[in-house]
Write a protein that binds this ligand. Structure first.
Ligand code: GDP
Ligand code: ZN
Length: 459
């Protein structure tokens, strides 16, 4: 059985923010907190209340930090156990010394994901919700965050439960057939029902997978390449996009020195801007490599933004770029509209449809709204409601759903070949079990440990 001792960990990102939270969960949480807390007697306060006081080092009685302590008694808590949350307001040193004090006073350092694991083991959340918490931690944009939230509230669990319920009814009918083999028409009835249920469940799984495809875009971002000749305004556009919502922008210096990745959010849609050879570099010697670099950046792209400077004569290189992006998901920007026009939309007619062209000035920001609308339209065609993308499937979910579909295919095929019902039932039950694994109703312990260890410490 699972050992429910009292665990503690820092649950805010290390080194960030002005406050830190140390969280503790378990039977002795309140008592342990009391040993290091100077203020009210925490064993006597009502549940779900916050208290001001100080944390002291239990060995030296030295005051470590001024804190707010939240007391949440089980079962109405995240883990269903007693939980203590200590808000410290010092930096990393304060947070760590408070944690240290709790460990001294009898708590054990939590394993990664152990709080969430307890919530799961205590029946507070199901597995897909536990995974949603992990996604939440890693959510790259607000929309992705909403989707993770919705999954946390049972987004994926609900349809899976419904599917299993539907299948269970069929299984019950089949049981009757197997118990009373002498009734031929019952056998026929359950054949039909097996087949119909298999078809219906399969269709619904397909729907979930389709929706998830959109969800995936939210999670990983739309791989976007910004390309164009030197000086057309690539860096300016990148900076504009990056500047738009600073809060969620991360800059990751890649393994090679001249690779820059940016996550930006355009109307809540996360774009993963991939730029080989430093779009942001002003030194255009690098950019002179032109076409070759553009090809590389384009390789993995879901979306290509190709800039053309309309204030200069249309060049051989522009034409080449139009040619190599043919057939791809692309938006052409005729940039620098604030300057006299030398290239018009009509001039590009041999290479690109007018609907894929946006006239803009990155400098004055004119036309950039149109660009954003285009991006929105292409990826979501008005289906931007987060309710629609509440299935965020990870590889494990997708594999299991696929496996369930395969088994259901076997079922459908077998019913057509008039194979005995009890044999068909095996595949059908398998599909039912596999769906159960998604919400953790038939998961092996080993898998659980692996899943939860992927969580951040303290979650
Ligand atoms: P890149 O080489 O493609 O990355 O182009 P940059 O973004 O570095 O821009 C090259 C130059 O063009 C800079 O001086 C920008 O300020 C300027 N530029 C960018 N967009 C516009 C625009 O819309 N209008 C005008 N007039 N200048 C622009
Ligand atoms: Zn540049």
């Amino acid at each position: 059985m699972y050992q429910m001792d009292t665990i503690a960990a820092i649950s805010t990102a290390l080194g960030e923010g002005a406050i830190g939270i140390v969280r503790m969960s378990g039977e002795e949480a309140i008592e342990i907190a009391n040993r290091v807390y100077k203020g009210k007697d925490l064993t006597k306060v009502p549940t779900h209340t916050i208290h001001y006081g100080h944390i002291i080092d239990p060995r030296t009685n030295e005051v470590l930090d001024e804190v707010m302590v939240t007391v949440m008694k089980g079962p109405k808590s995240f883990t269903t156990e007693d939980i203590i949350e200590i808000n410290t307001h010092g930096g990393i040193i304060a947070v760590q010394s408070v944690l240290e004090a709790l460990l001294q006073a009898g708590a054990r350092l939590a394993e990664p994901g152990e709080f969430t694991q307890r919530a799961f083991l205590n029946g507070r959340i199901d597995l897909s919700q536990a995974e949603a918490i992990m996604d939440l931690i890693q959510a790259k944009s607000k929309k992705a965050m909403t989707a993770s939230m919705s999954q946390l509230q049972g987004g994926l669990s609900k349809p899976i439960r419904e599917l299993r319920q539907e299948m269970l009814q069929t299984l019950a009918t089949v049981e009757v057939t197997i118990d009373y083999p002498e009734y031929d028409d019952v056998e026929e009835l359950s054949m039909t029902q097996l087949k119909e249920t298999a078809i219906s469940v399969k269709e619904k799984i397909q729907l979930i997978l389709d929706k998830a495809q959109r969800g995936k875009i939210f999670r990983q971002g739309i791989n976007t390449a910004i390309i164009g000749r030197p000086n057309v305004g690539k860096s300016s556009l990148l900076n504009y996009l990056v500047g738009e919502e600073k809060a969620i922008v991360t800059e990751i210096a890649g393994t090679t020195r001249d690779t820059v990745e940016e996550f930006v959010s355009v109307r809540g849609i996360p774009l993963h801007l991939v730029d080989t050879a430093g779009i942001r570099q002003t030194d255009d010697v690098v950019e002179a490599i032109g076409i070759e670099r553009s090809k590389q950046a384009m390789d993995q792209a879901d979306l290509i933004i190709l800039l053309i400077n309309q204030a200069e004569e249309f060049s051989q290189e522009d034409q080449q770029l139009l040619e190599i992006t043919h057939g791809r998901n692309r938006i052409i920007i005729l940039n620098k509209q604030d300057l006299p026009t030398k290239v018009r939309t009509e001039d590009l007619a041999p290479w690109v449809e007018a609907k894929d062209i946006v006239t803009a000035s990155v400098m004055t920001q004119e036309g950039l709204d149109d660009l954003e609308s285009q991006i929105e339209e292409r990826f979501f065609k008005g289906q931007l409601e987060s309710a629609d993308i509440n299935y965020l499937l990870n590889t494990r979910h997708t594999q299991l759903l696929q496996e369930a579909m395969d088994s259901l295919d076997e079922v459908i095929e077998a019913t057509e070949m008039m194979i005995p019902v009890d044999l068909i039932q095996i595949d059908f039950t398998h599909a039912w079990n596999v769906l159960g694994e998604i919400i953790g109703e038939s998961v092996q312990d080993e898998l659980l440990t692996k899943l939860f260890s992927e969580f951040c410490l303290g979650k």
